[in-house]
Design a protein around this ligand. Structure first.
Ligand SMILES: C[S@@+](CC[C@H](N)C(=O)[O-])C[C@H]1O[C@@H](n2cnc3c(N)ncnc32)[C@H](O)[C@@H]1O
Length: 268
């Protein structure tokens, strides 16, 4: 299992979807306290300064929240119609809806079970979770003012299809707020795909160092959570997934083989 997580990005794309279903089911089964509502590597400022004021209940998720905040905080979201694709366990969707007050926020993921989990666990006005596929979001053209996508796109079968679907469901002038880990030798290809799709680049940033900082600060919380909730034989796979220090995933960010990028893109 550890090897599967380690080599996830190299696995044939056709088996990535069932693997996500399996992973969500394992998390639902073992995370009895529902302690993990995020599945990303987080973001920290390089000097460690904590610029976000969070409610006490959100403090434990500070670094994962900071990643979402970094991705969305450059555009006005109040009163806007928003879509998130690949929303996972819903922590980011809940954070943005509660702190940025959009008119509505629809969060989509492929796993029926994770959608059931989110609809039960997150009780936030204006926020709904639905099952769907990134490459085929079930919405009319020009429905949303902003589409959010955090640490999910690398899993998709066809990025060109995904990018053009995001563009289709955005209204003219709407924003695509996108962040993911990208292998160093694939960064230019992905930027070209975004350009070819017709997005204007409002900002682009290599945030790999911020992600490594976040993993450093969040190391103990991640490790303890896994040790407390996950059975021993799955520990290594979960540590790898969580990017704790000493894992191949952590090292790949630290040594630059894997980069982490964030983009603000606009549909003109
Ligand atoms: C690493 S998790 C990130 C979740 C969330 N964005 C976060 O930061 O906590 C990636 C998510 O993408 C979802 N996903 C993978 N392939 C997908 C697809 N083709 N369509 C929609 N969601 C997908 C997975 O089920 C998973 O919940």
């Amino acid at each position: 299992m550890q090897k599967i997580v380690e080599k996830y990005c190299e696995l044939p794309k056709a088996i990535r979807r069932p693997l996500w279903q399996l992973w969500h089911n394992l998390m639902i089964r073992f995370d009895k306290d529902k302690a993990a509502t995020f599945m990303n590597y987080g973001y920290a400022t390089l000097n460690g300064e904590q610029v976000l004021n969070l409610l006490e209940r959100d403090e434990k998720d500070r670094y994962c929240i900071q990643l979402y905040d970094h991705v969305v905080n450059k555009v006005e979201l109040k009163g806007k119609k928003m879509l998130e694709i690949g929303s996972g366990r819903g922590g980011g969707a809940s954070y943005i809806t509660r702190y940025y007050n959009p008119e509505s926020y629809v969060a989509l993921d492929i796993s029926k079970h994770v959608i059931e989990f989110c609809n039960k666990y997150h009780n936030v006005n204006q926020l709904t979770f639905i099952k769907g596929f990134a490459e085929k979001p079930p919405f009319e053209d020009s429905t949303f003012d902003a589409v959010v996508n955090v640490e999910s796109a690398r899993c998709y079968k066809d990025l060109d299809v995904f990018f053009s679907e995001v563009k289709r469901v955005l209204r003219t002038g709407g924003h695509f707020l996108f962040a993911d880990m990208i292998r160093q030798n694939e960064v230019e290809t992905i930027k070209t795909q975004l350009k070819n799709c017709g997005f204007e680049f409002v900002s682009e940033e290599n945030i790999s160092k911020n992600v490594v900082k976040a993993l450093d600060y969040d190391h103990l919380r991640r490790e303890n959570l896994i040790k407390e909730q996950i059975p021993g034989f799955l520990n290594k796979a979960f540590l790898q997934f969580a990017g704790t220090k000493g894992t191949e995933r952590y090292e790949s960010f630290a040594n630059g083989k894997m980069e982490y990028w964030s983009f603000v893109l606009k549909k003109n």
